[in-house]
Design a protein around this ligand. Structure first.
Ligand code: FAD
Length: 401
């Protein structure tokens, strides 16, 4: 696969039109925190029939059968190309909005669709896919980020037929406003050391006694995606809250799959940022004049544009390789996913900063989109595993072969 099909290109054009008409006018207010991204998310879901598609899939499922609305990898009938197009088009306009959308439907909804029971998918994933509920996916803790599994302190203790959860999560996208939270915790087994404890995911609903959600945290970028903390103080959940409703399959492998999805999912977001920054930079290089000449005539500016173009082509190639493998159901290795994420995150940040440079003083001003892109792109080098963690994952695989 080296390009989108005609049908996919049509969907891309429709999404671009929707984003320009519906999203662009909201971006300044969302970035200031005056407007939340969720009504626009619902509008997008309705406008593209994502809700109807999900409802139809669930209606067709046999009772007790393995309902899989949107497939294991997300929404839009599980078509990875369409999911990538959504990520590209939303990130071209507002990466923070794309992050909030992806964390709800892709991470939280995707985790439940991939590993939940049929009843859990219907009760929790379906309302996320239809936009009735907002999802959050919570792994990171104040003392457990890069070493999320090893240092996790959130604990689940068996109690009667269910569990009692205690702990804290941080930096969780959508947490302040989430209705459905997928929360990872270590199951306390008598006689086991902390490291040996199996990790499981629990679905907790907003309003559960003992659950508190913080206000949105103030951050450098991604202002359109609210980020927050989660506090669990003796939160009682039924056995039906355990994702997959079985203790025999510890969630470490399942969470690793979500990490994997998070890494590959950032590639189209990076492409969207680079594509927009290049488009804006080329237009500005033709328009802005110094010493009576367009700045695009200076070789130092041309070099920046050429490098941005080169990076965009490389990211595009990585994206289509990833889509081709997904289409053929060939698994991407951990090193490959890490290498793609590492490269794309670094060049997205470089391109966004170079776009600011091309815009000069205007580039530093909030009213010019490249300023937001530069702050937002930096998150790609941190979220979903930092650059350094990707490097260690690549090296680990190379040295073990
Ligand atoms: C805006 C935003 C949204 C997020 N959304 C979510 C979410 O929805 N759900 C969720 O679970 N998490 C989320 N996160 C958390 C994110 O995944 C973590 O911040 C990230 O994994 C890094 O963990 P940390 O912040 O604890 O950094 P740390 O682990 O403390 O790392 C600090 C520094 O040390 C380096 N380092 C650590 N270990 C090593 C090592 N072994 N070798 C070399 N260098 C090392 C790191 O690379 C980094 O530079 C979000 C974060 C942000 C900023």
């Amino acid at each position: 696969m080296i390009d989108f099909t005609d049908e996919q290109k049509m969907a891309q054009r429709m999404l671009r039109t929707w984003a320009e008409k519906e999203l662009v006018p909201l971006v300044p207010a969302m970035e200031r925190g005056d407007v939340l991204p969720y009504d626009a998310m619902r509008h997008l879901i309705r406008s593209f029939g994502i809700d109807e598609m999900a409802r139809a899939t669930f209606a067709k499922a046999t009772p007790g059968g393995d309902t899989n609305a949107g497939g294991e990898r997300g929404f839009f009938g599980g078509d990875p190309a369409l999911s990538a197009i959504v990520a590209i088009e939303l990130s071209r306009v507002c990466p923070g909005f794309a992050l909030a959308f992806g964390a709800s439907l892709g991470l939280a909804g995707g985790a439940i669709l991939a590993k939940g029971t049929a009843a859990q998918k219907k009760r929790f994933a379906l309302p996320i896919l239809t936009g009735e509920k907002i999802g959050a996916w919570a792994m990171t803790e104040p003392g457990a980020g890069s070493d999320a599994f090893r240092s996790m302190r959130t604990i689940a203790r068996r109690s009667g037929d269910g569990y009692i959860l205690n702990g804290q999560k941080t930096f969780i996208t959508n947490a302040p406003f989430a209705d459905v939270l997928v929360i990872y915790a270590k199951l306390a087994e008598p006689g086991q050391s902390e490291n040996e404890r199996p990790i499981h995911a629990f679905i907790v609903e907003k309003g559960a006694p003992g659950l508190s959600l913080s206000k949105p945290m103030e951050k450098m970028g991604m202002h359109s995606s609210p980020t927050g903390e989660i506090f669990l103080s003796d939160v009682c959940v039924a056995k039906s809250a355990l994702l997959g409703e079985t203790e025999t399959l510890p969630a470490r492998d399942r969470a690793r799959e979500v990490f994997h999805g998070e890494r590959t999912g950032m590639v189209p977001m990076c492409f969207g940022v680079i594509d927009r920054c290049l488009e804006l930079s080329v237009a500005y290089a033709k328009e802005r004049q110094t010493w009576g000449k367009q700045i695009g005539e200076y070789q130092l500016v041309q070099e920046k544009l050429a490098r941005m173009y080169m990076h965009r082509e490389n990211v595009r190639n990585l994206l289509f390789k990833q889509l081709e493998k997904a289409h053929k159901k060939v698994t991407i290795s951990a090193a490959e996913a890490s290498a793609s994420k590492l490269y794309c995150a670094r060049v997205a940040t470089e391109c966004a900063l170079e776009a600011v440079q091309i815009f000069g003083g205007n580039g530093y001003m909030r009213e010019f989109t490249v300023e937001m892109m530069a702050r937002d792109a930096k998150l790609f080098q941190i979220g979903g595993g930092t650059d350094e963690i990707q490097i260690t994952a690549i090296a680990r695989q190379l040295l073990s072969e």
